[in-house]
Write a protein that binds this ligand. Structure first.
Ligand code: ATP
Length: 308
């Protein structure tokens, strides 16, 4: 009996770990509403990254054939640039990110990363090269530390703490009952939307992928925390020369992008820097004017809205 119990215990823990990682995958896929039918092509090779240039060439796509979401969309994001997609709700901003991840294949046209059609590279190498902070971040029923370390499981404690600091979540964690060992998720401490977003940013910074996508990643934060978190993110992106794609409704979070692409009715309506679009655009200029009015109003009755 004694002899058997050791391997059985061992198997039990392997089983538990395996089960947990399957659950983790499931959670990720469910929460990101992912279609897992995309497969490697027979001759797929690993993606070879030379800087992270992203190119859409005449891309058309719809989730259903009768309802096109993107119509003949073309743009180039040079390696190391920061690009933002803006436009009305439902215009296809997140869809662009999903296509880049190859959760779906385009109906026509091509998506190239560093000159390689993403249908010709292995899905694994493609997804390894990209990190995303999605609109709704999946949290695992586990500790804060586990939730951050998921970004790179061999990270040291110091690395976990360093990214938490840059993601502006370290002070909040210090106030949790068990610090980094505090359990979160459905069966643990319920944390706020803003804390969840900062955990997701920590996870992404730890993964440190060549291309980073932020889909409304700071929408639940108060203005002050958001500004300082974005400054930290921007300095990391610059320092490491990463290609980044932001999707945002609040234009003040992306006005410093190298390029802003305005999507409307499935096409690229306008494209340029903030200044170019304010001076010469129509759609962006009116969005900016409307938000400026709103932010003046918000400043007037500003209340303390920290999520800590
Ligand atoms: P928001 O700013 O509200 O996040 P968005 O511009 O990011 O919107 P997408 O999420 O890209 O918009 O969605 C574009 C359109 O595609 C929407 O009309 C949406 O309802 C539809 N859509 C998104 N995902 C699916 C799906 N899995 N199946 C069918 N239609 C979908």
């Amino acid at each position: 009996v004694f002899q058997l119990s050791v391997p059985l215990n061992f198997l039990g823990s392997v089983y538990r770990e395996l089960r947990q990682s399957l659950l983790d995958m499931e959670t990720l896929f469910n929460l990101q509403k992912v279609n897992v039918t995309v497969r490697d092509s027979p001759n797929a090779k690993p993606l070879v990254l030379t800087g992270g240039e992203i190119k859409f060439e005449n891309v058309s796509f719809g989730y259903h054939p009768q309802r096109p979401i993107l119509k003949n969309v073309s743009f180039t994001i040079p390696a190391g640039h920061k690009i933002a997609f803006v436009g009305p709700s439902g215009c296809g901003k997140s869809t662009i990110l999903r296509l880049l991840f190859r959760y779906y294949d385009v109906d026509s046209g091509r998506i190239l990363i560093d000159g390689q059609d993403i249908r010709d590279v292995t899905v694994e190498s493609l997804r390894k090269a990209i990190g995303v902070v999605p609109q709704d971040t999946p949290l695992f029923n586990n500790t804060i530390e586990h939730n951050i370390r998921y970004g790179r499981t061999d990270a040291t404690d110091e690395e976990v703490r360093a990214v938490a600091k840059r993601a502006r979540i370290d002070e909040a964690i210090a106030k949790f009952p068990d610090g980094y060992q505090t359990k979160v998720g459905e069966r643990g401490l319920m944390i706020s939307g803003g804390e969840k977003q900062r955990l997701a940013v920590s996870r992404l910074l730890l993964k440190d992928p060549p291309m980073l996508f932020f889909d409304e990643a700071t929408s639940a934060l108060d203005t002050e925390t958001e500004t300082s978190l974005l400054q930290n993110i921007n300095s990391i992106l610059k320092e490491k020369k990463r290609t980044s794609v932001f999707v945002a409704h609040r234009l003040r979070t992306i006005f410093d992008s190298d390029q802003i692409i305005v999507l409307k009715d499935g096409i690229v309506a306008e494209q340029g820097t903030h200044q170019e679009l304010v001076d010469g655009g129509t759609v962006y200029a009116s969005m900016w004017a409307a938000q400026e009015v709103l932010s003046i109003g918000a400043d007037a009755d500003k209340t303390s809205s920290t999520t800590l």
